[in-house]
Ligand binder design. Structure first.
Ligand code: NAP
Length: 297
């Protein structure tokens, strides 16, 4: 298949490109710099609404992952970049794909379980109401921006990724150092649910979404067994053979990370992935300890 990937240099995108290339697909990458132009690259600039649209003809599938990384202090400028890179970027891509003569069959677009906000121990399905807060608002708008593509006959799947676990980057990578030096512990009450997913399953779910024609709309991509932060802490301590007795109180998390602490570390989202599983996807990692042993080997 001819597959276009945006955000291809990121945590998910770089593994995805390698995986799909190994499977024999022909990959094009949407890039933000013209410096090293090659035939496999398609240039876009979200701010000036520029994209090399003629190069988009003849694609079979598009995987849209691009967006400003959400890590870091959420100043108003950072929040604007998080939002605009996703909403304006998705709009530019959607419009360009919709205007093609030969449109791709499917647009697989990233979203996040941040859609649900902070929800205690409620089991969250794709049909659950969206939550409140900055991330929930961004996710809702991000998903809504893809909708117009369906009117042009493009199948759209919005993948609501959970906390993606990889030693190469993302949340796990940031947590490792304190845990390795024995300074890890629960965050806040520890009762909040963390719906995690191993990077291998994120890649598997993206491939599954591309090839499973019956799939459309939002789909949660989280391992079948979400755990509380307390359980996550216990397991990571066990896998690393380190004590986990230094809790991070809520206020300390807020001082260290600002608003992001509430949205990412302290928020509780117990997300259900039965839509993905009942569509035929078999998780490689359902058990956190097994996943961490594989990832941290
Ligand atoms: N990792 C997670 O735990 C997680 C969880 C839920 C949802 N997600 C979502 O899944 C998507 C991919 O995640 P990821 O972890 O691979 O993200 P990532 O490592 O931050 O990579 C995102 C990629 O987007 C592009 N990008 C960065 N800043 C941008 C900007 N201001 N405007 C346009 N493009 C920009 C970059 O690729 P280029 O330089 O190639 O353009 C970057 O490598 C993201 O949208 C993320 O929000 C991730």
């Amino acid at each position: 298949m001819n597959i276009l990937v945006s955000g291809s240099t990121g945590l998910i995108g770089s593994d995805l490109v390698a995986f799909l290339t190994n499977k024999g697909h022909s990959i094009k990458r949407l890039v933000r710099s013209k410096a090293a132009e090659s035939k496999d690259e398609i240039y876009w600039d979200i701010d000036s609404e520029t994209i090399e649209a003629q190069k988009l003809e003849g694609l079979d599938a598009v995987v849209h992952l691009a967006g400003e990384n959400i890590a870091g202090r959420w100043t108003s400028a950072k929040k604007a970049r998080i939002r605009d890179s996703r909403i304006k970027g998705t709009r530019l891509l959607r419009n360009s794909l919709s205007e093609l003569e030969r449109r791709p069959k499917v647009l697989v677009s990233a979203s996040a379980i941040g859609y649900y906000g902070d929800r205690g121990d409620e089991v969250l399905k794709e049909t659950s109401e969206p939550g409140s807060g900055f991330l929930a608002d961004v996710c809702r708008e991000w998903e809504a921006t893809t909708a117009a593509a369906t009117q042009k006959g493009i199948r759209v799947v919005n993948l609501r990724f959970g906390i993606v676990l990889s030693p190469k980057g993302g949340a796990l990578n940031k947590m490792l150092l304190p845990f390795k030096i024995g300074a890890g512990g629960i965050v806040g009450s520890g009762d909040q649910y963390w719906s995690w997913v191993a990077l291998d399953d994120v890649i598997g779910a993206i491939e599954h979404a591309i090839t499973t024609e019956s799939l459309k709309g939002p789909m949660n991509v989280v391992a079948p067994n979400p755990v509380t932060n307390r359980e996550f802490t216990r397991v990571i301590g066990k896998v690393l053979s380190r004590p986990t007795i230094l809790p991070m109180p809520k206020f300390a998390a807020r001082v260290a990370l600002g608003e992001m602490a509430d949205a990412l570390l302290l928020a509780s989202a117990r997300v259900d992935s039965s839509k993905l599983r009942s569509s035929g996807y078999e998780f490689q990692f359902s058990d956190l300890e097994e996943a961490l042993r594989h990832l941290l080997d």
